[in-house]
Design a protein around this ligand. Structure first.
Ligand SMILES: [Zn+2]
Length: 346
């Protein structure tokens, strides 16, 4: 039997067909710096060094797709939309000053141009480098900010939360703009060869807002972005961290192909609720298992996930969220090993 390649395997799952085995796609970006020795901050300024690390990670550990990126897309976009950033010496940039201080500031916001605003051109260059190396062989995933989360970066999460009760019109107005910004960014990623746009909306988590707030302010925009991404010929995935049990139905109703679930979600329950609509992806504990566990622990936990929800092939083994930079690479390798041992269909 000819070994099926990464691209074919992942595309089979995304297109609703049974793959040769369960794909393994850990949410790994800057953890791959361990392989090339590039500094976490150094890579921020060098698409070449970032590409080298991301490509080495996939090549040496053997997982089935590359998350093309290094820092949070919502910080990248927040900077491009005018937030002042702090650049720590040993970490990725964070918002230091919000650009929206009152509702009247919304008039100043413009939709960033991925080719010229802020550091977005560096991300575009990174996409080009990765695409040139592995296009058609390894599927490319890329994060794009959820409009609710990006709004929180622009005006402050606490102010955004308060406004959902005291000034809902402001939330509608700001998320309308952030939806357009996210959509433009997502489509620019698709035009550079990204196969799966992962909209990351951690501030819209069931751990932070009610299902009613999610329905009102987050879901409609996520649906709009999903439609635009699909129309452009790519697949859409939705990544919301924390406990999302209360919003699983609404997440699936956005029309995405994949739900990326965090370790606080019970996979079997999620499968019962939305498994007929979406492909589930997740959900190994990034800190307590992948950072501090042993390869044996990881292999065993991966086996449990595959056994729990992998039987019909509509499942991708992954971490519940972004893998910490210091996680031992042997633990990532153990995830790949587990899909080979326990996730075979042919
Ligand atoms: Zn997450």
């Amino acid at each position: 039997m000819t070994p099926i390649d990464h691209f074919e395997r992942v595309m089979a799952v995304l297109n609703g067909k049974k793959p040769d085995r369960i794909p393994c796609i850990p949410q790994i970006t800057y953890t791959t710096a361990q392989l090339t020795g590039v500094g976490l901050v150094e890579a921020l300024h060098s698409p070449e060094k970032t590409a080298e690390a991301l490509l080495a990670g996939q090549r040496e550990l053997g997982y089935d797709a590359i998350y093309v990126g290094w820092e949070s897309s919502f910080n990248l976009l927040a900077e491009a939309m005018g937030c002042r950033m702090r650049f720590p010496e040993d970490s990725v940039p964070q918002v230091a000053e919000h650009v929206i201080k009152s509702p009247s500031d919304l008039d100043q916001l413009t939709i960033p141009d991925p080719q010229s605003s802020g550091r977005l051109p560096l991300h575009m260059k990174l996409l080009e480098l990765i695409k040139d190396s592995v296009e058609g062989q390894v599927p490319l995933f890329a994060y794009s900010p959820g409009p609710f989360t990006l709004a929180g970066q622009l005006c402050g999460i606490n102010d955004l939360m308060r406004a959902t009760i005291l000034d809902p019109q402001f939330v509608r107005d700001i998320t309308e703009i952030t939806m357009e910004a996210s959509k433009a960014y997502a489509l620019a990623n698709v035009s550079m060869g990204v196969n799966v746009i992962v909209t990351a909306d951690p501030t819209a988590s069931g751990s932070l807002i009610s299902s009613k707030t999610f329905e009102s302010f987050a879901a409609p925009h996520l649906t709009a972005i999903t439609k635009a991404v699909q129309k452009a010929g790519a697949f859409a995935s939705l990544h919301i961290c924390g406990n999302t049990n209360s919003i699983l139905d609404s997440m699936a109703a956005t029309g995405v192909s994949v739900l990326e679930l965090d370790h606080l979600v019970n996979l079997i329950e999620a499968k019962k609720k939305v498994g007929n609509k979406v492909i589930l992806m997740g959900n190994l504990n990034p800190a307590e298992l992948l950072l501090t566990g042993t390869p044996k622990d990881v292999e065993e936990a991966s086996r449990s996930c595959i056994k729990a929800v992998g039987a019909d092939g509509r499942y991708i083994l992954s971490s519940g969220c972004e893998i910490p930079p210091q996680a031992p690479l042997e633990n990532i390798r153990a995830m790949v090993t587990a899909t080979k041992k326990y996730g075979q269909f042919t």
